[in-house]
Design a protein around this ligand. Structure first.
Ligand code: ADP
Length: 894
């Protein structure tokens, strides 16, 4: 006979073995050679925590009580894994991209990192998981009691309670050791994962062994077994369609929503591709787990006395048959199922409780934010985790004591599932619907939680434990519509179907309606876009990203936004200021503030705040995603600056066009003026030539007059020719068609030639030139130069209005060129006319007096420009002054 002490010794050895395996796995993982830990097989096995003691013991009890309905518990997850694994894939991708640590984190991050949503989901999860943890404690305790009984002891309630407490303490120690050893940003636990993989194998082997024993050892083969099943009462059970559909939905949804399933499916997932394998491997595992449920139930009902607990058939049938070893294996299978579930569930819940409740409260009690950056928060978080694990286990123990440990396992499990799936609308809505808002999610969750508590959770404590029979029958305060099992007067439904239907219906309706009428905050929008379009933003990287952002991450982000040079300059300056070597400074609050300000210049204050806040905040949005956002912003900035450049370019073209147009208009006006001017200039001499020639033709005048008139005609004809010569000359010069004959000459001699040509020195007219003109040699078109000089001297002679006119010519050597000034002592030219006189036909003085057509200076300017020099009016002299600038050697390109 196996005594209780042997069983305890066995279980301790088993736990020690698990310890060893877990330690070994953690060691390998730490050394970095644990690729096998990330295999699809381990991943699939770790999913088996779906099969808890409820499935191990409870499924047989379920089948014995309600026939084939237990199959729904396996069908739901199977359909989910095979048909809807793309939902899981999206969750896994979001989990990786957003560095999600729990289901509460997922919902809270999606809706703008809302603290209140995190708290609500945590509370729902803890409350929903509590009965389930109680269930595991209960099943382990009962299985111990079975051995005690078979050893001749009959356990009282006190013994059961003490055992449950010790089991809880043992689980606490194991979980704390492997679940909170380190504080990974990614929350993965290699030791625990490998331990639950081993337990998955143990429980499968145990159940298959008992099944094989029952079919071949007791019934005598499959055919006989089928016979027995046909004869048993199990096949007689009526199957309720509503319950089947509800239960399939419930268990499928629970696969997504149970915190422990989320932990292994999403958080502990090492590679997205594992999902593809798990999508058929896990249903296979479930199939094997359910294969022998009906045979064990049928044989148990046949063999064991009426009134034996069918939840323990897996254990009691081998014991009844004297198979001690098999019973021991079966016990270890049940023990494995219970412990693996409790460990993962408490880790998942503790992460949520500490991240969403304990740490925020602790932080709000701290006077400054200094601690958050300095790093001592790690200890606080670890302590919070450990306390949370203890708290969750304690709650389970309390529920176990309160519910009396008597309720059927399956019933408790279903109530627990219904609580957890209240998260489904907010979770799926958040992942697939961009319009979902924080308020909508909170409304749905709170309604769901309330309805579930009222219709399922409170009544689950059993006969009038928390809700009196009168309330159940007549509603609270006589409000019949609020009866927990007949809400709004709907009677006759199965309590589970009823509670599930109402809670999900009202929850989803609340979520959708409130989402439609409220507006998301900017951060919610950003997160919503990241979640819904996760496949566009993130790559399927095989590994998780690093821990909270450091200076380097900030630098990468800053570079994306403001360009690498500017970003590096800011970081380097800060590093120098902090007295650090290299270019990466410490990420201090003041630096973050400074960086945020600088970034705000590029992307706007709100976005910069959100981005830096998220990066410094650590969890939530991954660095890759921030960089993706930064890239987008940079692209937009680049695009808009390109647009700006384009529009500036266009503006410039438009301006150039406008200027050209103005010039053309001015030219056209000038052309008109020139034509009218020229016709006027030509007409004057032509008119006098015509009229005098008319007189001469008539021949009625004397000889003296004839002579005089023909003299006038001759003079006018000369003037006309001169004018036409000038015009021709100017047009040749302006068109650049002029041929220059470059020779070398002496400036003094050239001036003398010009003076001579201009009519020499008049009586009262004096020309003074600098004495040393003799050495000044010049290489240019000498004739053209002399033409300019003649013009200037003739002008002075014509226009100088001084009493005793005098022209002073001076030359100065100015490096490469000579400056030749012609200064007379006339009354000068008014400033507004100083530019004008160089234009064609411009005359300031009374033209008729001197007879010039106003082309002289225009020709001078053209000539001087051809020779590579210039001519300009010289200001500030007593009299009219012109300066000729002449290069000593005519440049070749003129
Ligand atoms: P024009 O054929 O009339 O001499 P220019 O182009 O040589 O034409 O001169 C333009 C005008 O500049 C003259 O009409 C005259 O009014 C003014 N001007 C030129 N030189 C002098 C000067 N030395 N003193 C005063 N006015 C001058």
């Amino acid at each position: 006979m196996l005594g209780i002490n042997t069983v305890i010794a066995f279980s301790l050895c088993y736990v020690a073995f698990l310890f060893f395996v877990a330690f070994w796995a953690e060691r390998r993982a730490k050394r970095g050679n644990a690729t096998w830990l990330h295999s699809p097989l381990i991943y699939t096995l770790s999913l088996s925590i779906y099969c808890t003691a409820w499935t191990f013991y409870g499924a047989v009890g379920y089948a014995a009580r309600s026939g084939l309905e237990f199959v729904t518990i396996y069908l739901g997850p199977t359909l989910m894994m095979i048909g809807w694994w793309w939902i899981l894939r999206k969750l896994v991708r979001i989990g990786r991209a957003q560095r999600i640590t729990s289901i509460a984190d997922l919902v809270s991050s999606r809706f703008g990192k809302s603290t209140s949503l995190g708290v609500i989901v945590t509370v729902i999860s803890v409350v929903a998981a509590t009965p389930y943890i109680a269930l595991q404690l209960q099943s382990v305790t009962l299985s111990f009691a079975v051995f005690a009984q078979s050893g001749g002891q009959l356990w009282q309630d006190a013994d059961l309670n003490a055992t449950a407490t010790w089991v809880a303490v043992g689980l606490f120690v194991f979980t704390v050791i492997f679940g909170t050893r380190n504080l990974d940003a990614n929350e993965r636990h290699h030791g625990i994962v490998i331990a639950i993989a081993v337990e998955a194998v143990v429980k499968l082997i145990a159940l298959l062994a008992v099944g094989v024993f029952v079919v071949w050892g007791i019934a005598g083969g499959p055919a006989e077994m089928m016979q027995r099943i046909d004869n048993s009462q199990i096949v007689l059970w009526d199957q309720d369609g509503g319950r089947w559909i509800s239960l399939i939905f419930l268990s499928g949804a629970a696969l997504l929503c149970l915190p422990r399933m989320f932990q292994v499916l999403v958080v502990e997932n090492a590679d997205e591709r594992h999902l593809a394998i798990a999508s058929w491997a896990f249903p296979t595992y479930l199939f094997l787990m359910s294969l022998f449920v009906v045979p064990i139930a049928v044989v148990g009902l046949d063999l064991l006395p009426v009134g034996s607990n069918p939840d323990l058939f897996v254990l009691t049938v081998p014991l009844q048959e004297g198979k001690q070893g098999l019973a021991m294996l079966s016990f270890l299978g049940g023990f494995s199922s219970a412990t693996s579930m409790v460990m993962v569930a408490t880790i998942a819940l503790a992460t949520m409780v500490s991240n969403h409740i304990v740490v925020p409260v602790w932080l709000s009690l701290r006077p400054s934010q200094q601690a958050v950056i300095s790093g001592d928060i790690r200890h606080v978080i670890l302590l919070a985790r450990r306390l949370s694990i203890a708290g969750v286990l304690f709650l389970g123990l309390v529920y176990y004591r309160l519910s009396g440990g008597g309720t059927a396992l399956a019933a408790i499990g279903l109530v627990s599932f219904s609580g957890a799936v209240q998260i489904l609308p907010a979770m799926l809505g958040g992942v697939f619907w961009r319009g979902a808002t924080r308020l909508g999610a909170a409304t749905g969750l709170l309604i769901g939680l309330t309805v579930w508590l009222w219709t399922l959770f409170l009544p689950s404590f059993g006969d009038a434990a928390l809700i009196g029979q009168t309330v159940l029958d007549q509603g609270p305060f006589g409000m019949a519509w609020a009866r927990p099992q007949a809400l709004f007067g709907i009677v006759g439904l199965d309590p589970l179907v009823h509670g599930l239907l109402w809670s999900m219906l009202l929850n989803t309706a609340g979520f959708i309606i409130v989402s439609l009428v409220t507006f998301p905050t900017p951060l919610e929008r950003l997160q919503g876009a990241q979640f819904v379009n996760v496949f566009e933003h993130s790559a399927a990287a095989p590994a998780w990203t690093t821990a909270a952002a450091g200076a380097e991450d900030l630098l990468i982000m800053a570079q994306r936004i403001m360009g690498s040079e500017q970003a590096q300059a800011i970081f380097e300056r800060e590093a120098v200021r902090q007295g650090k070597k290299g270019f990466l400074p410490e990420v201090t609050p003041s630096f973050v503030e400074l960086l945020e300000r600088d970034l705000a210049g590029s992307v706007g204050a709100a976005t910069a705040h959100a981005m830096v806040g998220q990066l410094i905040g650590g969890s939530g949005v991954s660095v890759e995603d921030l960089i993706a956002v930064a890239d987008e912003a940079a692209q937009i900035l680049e695009y808009s600056s390109r647009l700006e450049a384009k529009s500036a370019e266009q503006e410039q073209t438009a301006r150039a066009l406008r200027e050209a147009n103005d010039k053309l208009t001015a030219l056209s006006i000038q052309k008109d003026a020139f034509l009218s001017q020229i016709s006027h200039e030509l007409r004057t001499p032509m008119t006098s030539i015509r009229s005098f020639s008319d007189i001469l033709r008539d021949g009625e005048i004397g000889l003296a007059e004839q002579k005089r008139y023909s003299g006038i005609i001759h003079d006018e004809a000369i003037r006309l020719t001169g004018l036409l010569d000038d015009l021709l000359d100017l047009s040749v010069l302006e068109n650049g068609q002029v041929m220059l004959h470059v020779k070398t000459g002496n400036l003094g001699q050239l001036l003398e030639r010009a003076i001579g040509a201009a009519g020499g020195l008049g009586d009262a007219f004096e020309i003074r030139s600098a004495p040393d003109l003799g050495d000044m040699r010049v290489t240019t078109d000498l004739d053209r130069l002399v033409q300019v000089f003649i013009n200037l001297i003739a002008n002075a002679r014509k226009y100088c209005d001084a009493q005793t006119p005098c022209l002073r010519i001076s030359c100065a050597d100015h490096g490469d060129s000579y400056l030749i000034d012609f200064i007379d002592n006339g009354s000068g030219i008014a400033p507004e006319n100083q530019q004008l006189i160089f234009e064609k036909f411009s005359r300031v003085a009374d033209g008729s007096k001197a007879g010039g057509a106003g082309l002289g200076l225009a020709i001078c300017r053209e000539i001087m420009r051809r020779l590579g020099g210039d001519i300009a009016y010289l200001n500030g002299q007593y009299g009219t002054a012109f300066r000729v600038t002449l290069p000593k050697e005519k440049p070749a390109d003129c």
